[in-house]
Design a protein around this ligand. Structure first.
Ligand code: JF8
Length: 238
């Protein structure tokens, strides 16, 4: 049983995932904390043109991605983590919305497979098939109510949200500890308080005096107030 989280991404635009080599995710990968595979869907096509799409049954605009290349690609990447449950994440604007809670939940999965569609999306039988396949779980996920051209950027967002939560990935684990405290009594996520650093005065704008006071109790109180103001909540509201 591997203790490494594995992420496989299937796409017709592998170069779209190049940012995974940078920063936090790049370091997590090169340090061996996670494994990442990027897979070209067209490698699973059989015709000379590498076709991955076709016209929609029932008519309508645009093209739909054919199920067979997806089935082959998903079966192939499942074999890269043969002893794990495969969590298949199908990106779609119609999916369950990404939240911090969902990101946290997905940190528990040892093998995540991201299916990045293009055009009008993927034939829904791909989701339907793997929803009942042995050792698979399927989630259709959206990153928000706006329309992207495909699932690649959404995959970058979701992977970043997950990977920064993995033990050993973030340098400063105090940053993560502080985050987990930021819930209001209603269970709403409190936004961050405003941050300041040197210099004390910049272009006529001063750092609030309280932050220079060294009074940690008063500073914590002020920061909570500021965070509540920014969250559009007040302590006296019912
Ligand atoms: C797509 C495939 C998405 N929040 C989101 N908006 N749009 C998308 C999305 C995902 C996949 C495809 N078009 C073709 C749009 C997500 N996730």
């Amino acid at each position: 049983m591997s203790n490494v989280n594995r992420f496989d991404v299937i796409t017709i635009f592998p170069e779209y995932l190049a940012p995974l080599n940078l920063s936090l995710i790049g370091k997590a990968h090169s340090s061996g904390l996670i494994e990442i595979g990027i897979h070209d869907l067209r490698a699973q096509t059989t015709d000379v043109h590498g076709s991955v799409d076709d016209t929609p049954y029932g008519g309508g605009a645009g093209m739909v991605m054919s199920p067979e290349p997806w089935g082959k690609a998903i079966d192939a990447v499942a074999e890269l983590a043969p002893d794990e449950i495969h969590e298949l994440i199908v990106l779609t604007p119609a999916g369950e919305k990404l939240t911090q809670d969902l990101a946290q939940t997905l940190t528990k999965s040892k093998h995540l497979i991201f299916a990045c569609g293009r055009y009008e999306g993927i034939d829904v039988r791909v989701s339907d098939y793997y929803a009942t396949a042995k050792n698979f779980k399927v989630r259709e996920v959206s990153i928000g109510d706006y329309v992207l051209g495909g699932g690649e950027v959404a995959t970058l967002v979701i992977m970043e949200a997950i990977i920064r939560l993995l033990p050993g990935v973030i340098g400063n684990s105090a940053s993560l500890d502080e985050e987990s405290h930021t819930l209001t009594k209603d269970g709403d996520t409190l936004v961050e308080y405003p941050n300041y650093t040197k210099p004390k005065e910049w272009r006529g704008l001063e750092v609030p005096e309280i932050l220079l006071s060294g009074n940690h109790g008063e500073i914590a109180k002020w920061r909570l107030e500021q965070a509540l103001i920014r969250t559009n909540l007040r302590k006296e509201s019912p």
